[in-house]
Design a protein around this ligand. Structure first.
Ligand SMILES: [Cu+2]
Length: 117
């Protein structure tokens, strides 16, 4: 009888470990809305060491993109009314700027802050 209980507990522990591992690997999905000349939200927070899937929804009337120099993230230009996606894994904690690399947009205020915890 005792043997069965131990075996049952061991199976439960293995199942729990499996669920935890899956959760750890799941991408952190973040959606930003871009327009002239801002991101909403302009501050995003993610966990270090876990993949991030970032979607940029361009609700503006001209092209925009999304760049984080620190993690070599550079999304291709996203046309107005379209969405773009980029995946990366932030491997350092801290606060890092992101911006739109279309000439003049960063200067016009199209910037934001990526917080990695
Ligand atoms: Cu832009």
């Amino acid at each position: 009888m005792r043997k069965w209980v131990v075996a049952g507990l061991a199976a439960a522990a293995v199942a729990l470990a499996g669920v935890t591992a899956l959760a750890g690997a799941a991408a952190q999905k973040v959606t930003l809305v871009a327009k002239e000349f801002s991101y909403t939200p302009n501050k995003i927070t993610v966990k270090a060491g876990q993949p991030v899937q970032l979607v940029l929804d361009n609700k503006g009337v001209i092209e925009h993109d999304f760049v984080v120099d620190r993690f070599k993230v550079k999304m291709g230009l996203v046309q107005p009314g379209k969405t773009g996606t980029v995946a990366f894994t932030p491997n350092a904690k801290g606060t890092f700027p992101f911006y739109c690399s279309v000439p003049g947009h960063k200067e016009a205020g199209m910037t934001g802050t990526l917080v990695v915890q």
